[in-house]
Design a protein around this ligand. Structure first.
Ligand SMILES: [Fe+2]
Ligand SMILES: [Fe+2]
Length: 313
């Protein structure tokens, strides 16, 4: 009982701290991020640490830059996509705090509001990318269809996926975007501001996921693990479709005719980069490994590990 009261007190402090930080760093899309600027198409968008274009050694510098811009456009669209189901799930769990911890309630209301704003930000990014790139780019997945499929799973599994996504967002910024001086300045600013608000989301994800986990029976959690495996499989399906669409678009618009073997290397390179970006970098993130590892059994951990084998290699 004492432990529970102590835990509740420290959790409410963590929610309160997330609220305070969220108020301090809150950004406005036009005033703070875009500031009347446009993307610099003479520079890369997605840094090499994420796009892995440096591994395609037969491409020229200009071609690598184009492929990084295509991947960057998809990166923004992918966030616009996942934030549709993230906002919906956050709004749903917010209801559980309505008459409870008011710090948690405020933290979650702000979280959902920020995700709705981020979707608008990424729609703006798409609209600003389109005129600077050749016609024919396609973003395949449809946000509401993906959201309906994801939200049909249990809250435990959906919160696990969301926590994974928001932790890899932080890792990408820390390790790649921030460290790359060669990318478009506006591009880096979009992800700087996004990263700042996402830092609170990752804390709240952990608290909410643990809160939901604490009320599950072992059988319910085991079903949650199966659903998480299904969700990661579904993400991989989307990643495969979009990687193929982006690689084929690049091959069509890169300005020269690549040999069949080179085109195949572009397809394999983009798929491997997207699996790294949207799955592997998240499941290897130490904070994610720790939170999940504290909830599940060794057998469940093995099941997840086996399911990930085709994606990791
Ligand atoms: Fe976001
Ligand atoms: Fe977020």
């Amino acid at each position: 009982m004492h432990v529970q009261i102590g835990e509740a007190a420290s959790n409410t402090e963590r929610y309160a701290k997330a609220v305070a930080t969220s108020k301090r760093i809150r950004f406005d899309i036009d005033r703070d991020v875009i500031r009347g600027r446009s993307f610099d198409f003479t520079k890369k968008f997605l840094p090499d640490g994420l796009s892995k274009v440096d591994q395609l050694d037969f491409l020229t510098g200009d071609e690598k830059r184009l492929l990084s811009q295509i991947q960057g456009r998809t990166y923004a669209n992918m966030f616009g996509l996942v934030e549709r189901f993230i906002a919906a799930k956050v709004l749903e769990v917010t209801g559980e705090h309505q008459l409870g911890d008011q710090n948690a309630l405020e933290a979650l209301v702000r979280f959902a509001d920020e995700e709705i704003k981020h979707q608008e930000l990424f729609r703006r990014v798409e609209r600003m990318c389109a005129p600077g790139m050749p016609d024919g780019y396609i973003f395949v997945p449809e946000p509401n269809a993906v959201a309906s499929a994801v939200l049909s799973k249990s809250t435990w599994a959906v919160l696990a996926l969301i926590c994974h996504i928001e932790l890899f967002v932080l890792a990408h910024y820390r390790e790649s975007v921030k460290a790359d001086p060669n990318s478009s300045e506006l591009w880096n600013d979009v992800f700087l501001h996004h990263w700042r608000e996402e830092s609170q989301h990752a804390i709240i994800d952990e608290l909410e996921w643990q809160r939901v986990d604490a009320r599950l029976s072992p059988d319910e959690r085991d079903r949650g693990v199966s659903e998480l495996i299904e969700l990661v499989g579904a993400v991989d399906g989307l990643v495969q479709l979009q990687a193929r669409a982006d690689a084929d678009y690049f091959v069509r618009v890169c300005g020269r005719s690549l040999s069949p073997a080179e085109a195949e290397r572009v397809r394999a390179g983009v798929l491997s980069a997207y699996r790294w970006q949207y799955i592997v970098s998240g499941v290897q993130e130490p904070r994610f490994v720790k939170i999940l590892g504290d909830m599940i059994t060794e057998g469940q951990s093995d099941r997840i590990g086996k399911a990930l084998v085709p994606v990791m290699h």
